[in-house]
Design a protein around this ligand. Structure first.
Ligand code: NAD
Length: 341
């Protein structure tokens, strides 16, 4: 979009109303783990906000929802400052938008020249769960936090320790002295269905969807409650990494796996665009046969030097993008039933 003339009063009003609505929906989603609208509806509002900002950049304030990572920190948990900021992801909603994103990214990578030689894409499933940040010092898990607003998250260490596959101590001895491991906590689809069946049998309201159930489960005040929920985690990133010797994200996943962390079995490193499109198609077709719910595919520059050279905006990395599958009926239907997290 090319910037246009001065925004009219009507545009200003639409913009302010939209920004308020997005803040309200984010609060319900992140703070209360109880969304008021479907993700597709939310995404459409957010997109309209971005559109207006592209046309009228003078409207963009520092506290615009587009400039912030969407989570908030509840007073029910101790605040935790992440060593390195946590980001959201830029979304694209069609294969045409993805092609345009890849064109831009490839052009930027070309400009970097020798510094960012490789254009290999690390493709992963976009797990529909809750982002967490695990801090390991000298191989010991010292703290776990939610993403929060990206800078400060919520201390959920005790709740996270109820997830069996997350090691309190890393295996081996070659791990960095200090390392932030990022991942997604989720409830596997099958376990979610069983958990809901049991709730219904007990005359209780079922949980709305696996994502909000996972978020609600991890943000319980009593870890004993969290322990009753069938939570799992897969690693999908790394933050602070003092002394990590690895040239790429995929190489890092290999190391994290050796050290005992749960790495997703679904990621691939792909050289060509056709391979990336093939990955999207393949997982789109088998979307409901996977271990967990997905709402899309994440495509990342694998090489660390190139990642660093591309950098981040205040909200998202410039070296990654999330392709979102078209929304499905079932989401809105599920939201009609009573929410209980
Ligand atoms: P996002 O979910 O689009 O993308 C960022 C997040 O993706 C990361 O923080 C991480 O937690 C997660 N993720 C999952 N798999 C990943 C992988 N393989 N690699 C990297 N990250 C991975 O962005 P967001 O800022 O967390 O939230 C926006 C999402 O939340 C949208 O899907 C939106 O629809 C939804 N939302 C819905 C409502 C609502 O009212 N329904 C409100 C707010 C947000």
């Amino acid at each position: 979009h090319e910037p246009e003339a001065v925004p009219t009063e009507a545009i200003r009003e639409e913009y302010e109303n939209l920004a308020d609505l997005v803040r309200k929906y984010r609060f319900a989603y992140y703070q209360e783990d109880a969304p008021l609208v479907s993700d597709a509806e939310f995404d459409a509002l957010f997109r309209r906000l971005e559109e207006i900002e592209a046309l009228h950049p003078e409207l963009v304030a520092n506290d615009s929802p587009t400039q912030e990572v969407g989570g908030e920190v509840s007073a029910a948990f101790a605040p935790v400052e992440h060593l390195q900021r946590m980001y959201s992801l830029e979304d694209v909603f069609s294969l045409e938008e993805l092609e345009a994103w890849l064109n831009r990214a490839e052009a930027s990578i070309e400009k970097i020249g020798d510094g960012g030689a490789t254009a290999a894409w690390l493709t992963e499933l976009k797990i529909d769960g809750l982002a967490v940040n695990l801090l390991y010092r000298d191989g010991k898990l010292v703290r776990a936090a939610t993403r929060g607003d990206g800078t400060t998250g919520e201390d959920i260490t005790h709740n996270l320790l109820t997830i069996k596959e997350i090691p309190q101590e890393l295996r081996g001895s070659s791990f960095p002295a200090e390392m932030e491991v990022r991942g997604e906590v989720f409830i596997p689809s099958k376990a979610f269905a069983e958990f809901n069946e049991a709730l219904i049998e007990a005359g209780k309201a079922p949980l709305a969807n696996p994502r909000n159930a996972a978020a609600g489960s991890l943000r319980q005040k009593d870890p004993a409650e969290t322990a009753k929920r069938p939570l799992k985690m897969f690693v999908h990133g790394i933050g602070a990494r003092e002394g990590l010797v690895a040239g790429s994200q995929s190489e890092t996943y290999g190391l994290l796996k050796e050290w005992g962390l749960p790495v997703s079995p679904y990621f691939e490193v792909l050289e060509t665009r056709d391979d990336v499109l093939g990955f999207i198609k393949r997982y789109g077709d088998q979307r409901h046969k996977l271990l967990h719910e997905i709402d899309g595919i994440v495509i990342k520059v694998d090489d660390f030097v190139t990642q660093r050279a591309l950098g981040n905006t205040t909200r998202v990395p410039r070296w990654a993008v999330a392709y979102k599958y078209p929304p499905e009926e079932v989401h809105t239907k599920l939201l009609d039933i009573q929410v209980n997290v």
